[in-house]
Ligand binder design. Structure first.
Ligand SMILES: [Zn+2]
Length: 301
């Protein structure tokens, strides 16, 4: 079985727990527990935790991010059986160029580009990144500290639309840092609406399908043909509901590795489509490939 994981990360260098190339496994904390339950528990879906639990989740998340090396990703892919992972840089923390260097000579890894207004040469750098083979652009309003209606994202998409490639945006309110930051609410699903409707020719992939607000993501996707839903952190039942709502062409498999284990997300995506092999092929491969362009399967298998 061939599969593209549309949403993974390499080192992000966020403030907090530093990268640790020796770490091979994520901690057995709250996320591990949710993975065992395949994101079915009400506690997980609710997303409204007491502050102490919330802090532990942010810490858990940071420790996971610290193990996002290329070697660990390839090892994870070997054990999960995923053929190709698409990696997501987030500027200003890491540059598109850094990810292009990391994936060089590895046909199993592809990358998106990223851009941030702190880089005054962002237009040129974006052009160079896209011409060097990036398959789309990642935006992350929370971590980039830019409201989804910030003028910059409109300028970015004005530059980017010519490539005919997708945007993958984080979606869903989430706190990345142990002391609370001010930007959690920038993940709100409906804040993306203006950007999405201003660029109907650009496909938008909603990372995590809204996270704790899958209902909102499904609603947004139902109203906009250019919205796609990525499966990470969602249960098989929610993925099925997404397929019923938006049809077979607009759901794509993603794990957000290392923030969730790839083999867990992969298993959930297969469970959701178990009885329909054609549908499985759509969400594991075809839908992603139709967005990011041809993927050389022969050279990989
Ligand atoms: Zn991401």
């Amino acid at each position: 079985m061939r599969a593209i994981d549309i949403h993974t990360h390499l080192e992000l260098n966020l403030p907090g727990v530093p990268p640790n190339r020796f770490r091979k496994k994520p901690p057995r904390l709250f996320m591990h527990f949710n993975e065992l339950l395949k994101f079915r528990s009400i506690i997980w879906k609710n997303g409204n935790y007491p502050e102490l639990v919330r802090m532990l989740i942010s810490l858990d998340n940071q420790v996971r991010l610290s193990m996002a090396s290329r070697d660990n990703l390839l090892r994870e892919m070997d054990s999960s059986g995923v053929s190709v992972s698409v990696t997501m840089p987030i500027e200003p923390y890491v540059k598109s160029k850094d990810y292009l260097n990391e994936i060089a000579d590895e046909p199993r890894l592809l990358t998106f580009a990223s851009a941030h207004p702190d880089d005054k040469y962002w237009q040129n750098n974006l052009k160079e990144a896209m011409n060097s083979g990036c398959r789309g652009v990642k935006i992350h309003p929370i971590l980039q500290e830019l409201h989804p209606e910030n003028e910059f994202y409109f300028q970015l998409l004005e530059e980017f639309r010519q490539y005919g490639r997708p945007v993958l945006t984080h979606s869903g309110e989430f706190e990345y840092f142990i002391p609370q930051s001010r930007y959690r609410e920038y993940g709100g699903v409906f804040l993306m609406k203006k950007l999405i409707s201003s660029f109907p020719d650009v496909p938008f992939i909603l990372g995590h399908m809204g996270l704790y607000d899958a209902e909102g993501a499904l609603k947004l996707a139902a109203g906009h043909e250019n919205v796609y839903l990525e499966t990470s952190f969602q249960s098989a039942a929610t993925i099925k509901r997404a397929l019923n709502t938006v049809g077979k062409d607009r759901v794509v498999f993603g794990s957000d590795w290392p923030e969730s284990r790839q083999h867990v997300s992969f298993k959930i995506a297969r469970m959701a489509t178990r009885t329909q092999p054609h549908l499985q092929e759509k969400i594991l491969w075809e839908n992603a490939e139709s967005l990011i362009g041809p993927v050389q399967w022969e050279s990989i298998s």
